[in-house]
Each structure stands twice: as structure tokens, then as C-alpha cells.
Design a protein around this ligand. Structure first.
Ligand code: ZN
Ligand code: ZN
Length: 344
């Protein structure tokens, strides 16, 4: 079957690999749509994500909608051909963290699309039953694949302790920042300030309900007369993001760090303002078991995911799609790739 491989920095190729054979506790899935994530782009643009380096040709992709393509589908209460969402994390279920309800910190986790585990930019994948989530009939492949990044937002917001009418600063208006913007609105936030140096992204934040948008965190300092916001959500790729978060948080406020810095594996911190404001800081690693909540939020119309999907194509368009999204060209926010062709 055909699949997309990252061979190293800026080296993406279409190749062949054997169609996967499900083991006794796995099911065969035909991939409907996979969205291109910022983390896929880290692997593509840098050949690595933090300390995880592409050493062998790596199939990326973890935001997955697929059709269950296995004759054993009825074992799951599903019809063959039914659209499902696929959780990309394979939790061990045995370690301390799995057993205490924080499986995203599983010490034996295998994450689809993170080296060396193959991802979903391929015609077929397999998954165990715990990773397969049925979706409502009217969900499209794109809405279904988007449940994963929405889940990242749900996980982040659960850490945020957002109170009614809290002022919120969102640093970064990429797909995750824009999901979080919609979630904090649904959650009863007060004023929402969102900044991103890329103009079309900031504009999208305005369309999706941010009160004020701009290019730099310094504008938030200005808009709040130096007082800052109750809650800061950081969803950038900047190594300076932690310093910026501290600059825009109110004293005794909260900061949730979601972004992954580009180019380096550290975030800067300036100790004195950090100490003098005494903020609570939380950091996110992927997500817990939040697919049911993500489905509920889409079902209730709290998230407009289609507003974020700007480009579509097949595996043959993948290089163009990765370049466009990675270089922030043509208004690209999020792209959907259809490994088995775009359905009519
Ligand atoms: Zn992702
Ligand atoms: Zn575990």
C-alpha cells in the first residue's frame, strides 16, 4: 500500500509498505482523512521533535478518521465501513499512570506517528478496540480527525481552572490556539485577547470571537494596562513563550503551556518577574482519555472545526500541503490529507 514517509529534514516521499495485518486484539482500518499537525511539521521541517529524531523513514500522522474495514467490526458494535475516530496513543494499561487515570503519562506509551511507531498517512492502519471511537452519523472525516486536536484543547482547558468571566490571553492562533479560543468562549470566559505574528491567523481569531487580536504579547500588556490576564494559554512554537506568558499573566494568575518550541529543546524563563507574580503554571503532554468530551463539544456546536481546515488533498499532494502549512503560506491553518482519495 502507499504511505507517506519522512526521511529526514525537508525530505518527504511517497513510498510503499506492506498492508498491516491486525493481530488478534487489533482491527483493520481504511484511512479516511488525516490532518496535518504542528508536530508532524516539526518532524518534517526539522527532522525531529524536541529530542525525538527521525532515524528511519517515518510515516507521520496521528489526527485520524478511518472506516472500520474488518469483518470483525460487529464485535465492536460497529458496521464494516463505519467511520470512526482513532486515538493515536497506545497506553499499556498496566503502569502506575495508566492505573491512576493519567494515561497520557504512561511510561510505556506508543504514539502513532512518533518515531519509531508508524503513523496514519497511509492507506490502511490497525488499532485495538480501546483506540476506536464511533462518531455520530453526520460527522465528516475532517470533523472526526479533528477530535484529536480538539482533545488536546480539552485536556489543556481541564488544567486551566477557568472561572466565569476570567480574562484570557491566548498566545498563538494556530489550530490549537484557535480550538482553545472556541473552548474558552464555550466555557464562559470574559475578555479574550489573542496574538499571533502571522496576520491571517490573528484575523481568524477575530472571526472566531476574540475581543482583541494583535501580533505580539506586548499588545496584551498594553490592552490590560499592564495588569495582565487571569489565564494565559500558550500555544506557540517560540522558545520565548514562557517569558511572554509571564509578561501577560495577572499576579497570582494561571498559565497553561501547550506549545512545543521550534529549533531548540528549551524554553527561556526570567526568574524575577516569574517569582514576583507567583502564577500557577501547568504544562500539557498530549491528552488523557478525552475523545468522548471532544465528540460532545462538536455535537453541541461549541467548536467550528471546518473554519480551521483550509486545504485538502491526497497523498500525491502531501509535499505541497506540508510545505504550505509549514511555511504559513496561502492562509494555511490546517490541511486534510485523504490517503484513499477525496470522497465525492
Ligand atoms: Zn496533533
Ligand atoms: Zn501505562
Amino acid at each position: 500500500m502507499r504511505a507517506l514517509f519522512i526521511h529526514g529534514e525537508k525530505d518527504l516521499r511517497i513510498g510503499e509498505k506492506p498492508k498491516p495485518e491486525p493481530t488478534a486484539d487489533e482491527y483493520l482500518l481504511k484511512v479516511a482523512s488525516v490532518l496535518v499537525c504542528g508536530s508532524d511539521l516539526h518532524y518534517y521541517m526539522e527532522g525531529k521533535l524536541g529530542t525525538r529524531v527521525v532515524e528511519q523513514p517515518q510515516v507521520p500522522g496521528h489526527e485520524i478518521a478511518a472506516w472500520i474495514w474488518d469483518d470483525r467490526a460487529p464485535e465492536l458494535g460497529l458496521k464494516k465501513g463505519q467511520l470512526v475516530a482513532v486515538e493515536p496513543s497506545r497506553f499499556c494499561g498496566e503502569c502506575h499512570y495508566c492505573k491512576t487515570g493519567i494515561p497520557n503519562l504512561c511510561t510505556n506509551i506508543k504514539f502513532q506517528g512518533s518515531p519509531p511507531n508508524p503513523g496514519a498517512f497511509a492507506e490502511y492502519i490497525t488499532a485495538p478496540k480501546e483506540a476506536i471511537f464511533a462518531v455520530p452519523d453526520h460527522f465528516t472525516p475532517e470533523m472526526t480527525a479533528a477530535l484529536e486536536p480538539i482533545g488536546i484543547g480539552v485536556h489543556a482547558l481541564k488544567k486551566a481552572d477557568l472561572q466565569l468571566a476570567d480574562s484570557v490571553a491566548i498566545l498563538g492562533a494556530g489550530p490549537i490556539g484557535l480550538v482553545l479560543l472556541q473552548l474558552v468562549r464555550a466555557h464562559g470566559a470574559g475578555k479574550i485577547y489573542c496574538v499571533d505574528p502571522i496576520e491571517y491567523r490573528a484575523k481568524k481569531a477575530k472571526e472566531l470571537g476574540a475581543d482583541k487580536v494583535g501580533a505580539s504579547y506586548e499588545e496584551i500588556v498594553e490592552w490590560t494596562d499592564g495588569k495582565g490576564c487571569d489565564l494565559v494559554i500558550e500555544a506557540t512554537t517560540s522558545p520565548n513563550a514562557f517569558v511572554e506568558s509571564v509578561a501577560v499573566v495577572k499576579a497570582a494568575g494561571r498559565i497553561v503551556l501547550v506549545g512545543i518550541p521550534t529549533g531548540v529543546n528549551y524554553s527561556e524563563m526570567n526568574a524575577m518577574p516569574f517569582r514576583s507574580k507567583e502564577p500557577t503554571v501547568k504544562i500539557c503532554n498530549r491528552m488523557g482519555e478525552v475523545f468522548p468530551e471532544a465528540i460532545e463539544l462538536v455535537l453541541r456546536g461549541h467548536i467550528d472545526i471546518e473554519a480551521l481546515i483550509t486545504h485538502r488533498g491526497t497523498l500525491d499532494d502531501a509535499i505541497e500541503i506540508f510545505d504550505r502549512q509549514g511555511e504559513h503560506k496561502d492562509g494555511a491553518l490546517k490541511s486534510a490529507i485523504y490517503p484513499n482519495g477525496i470522497p465525492e
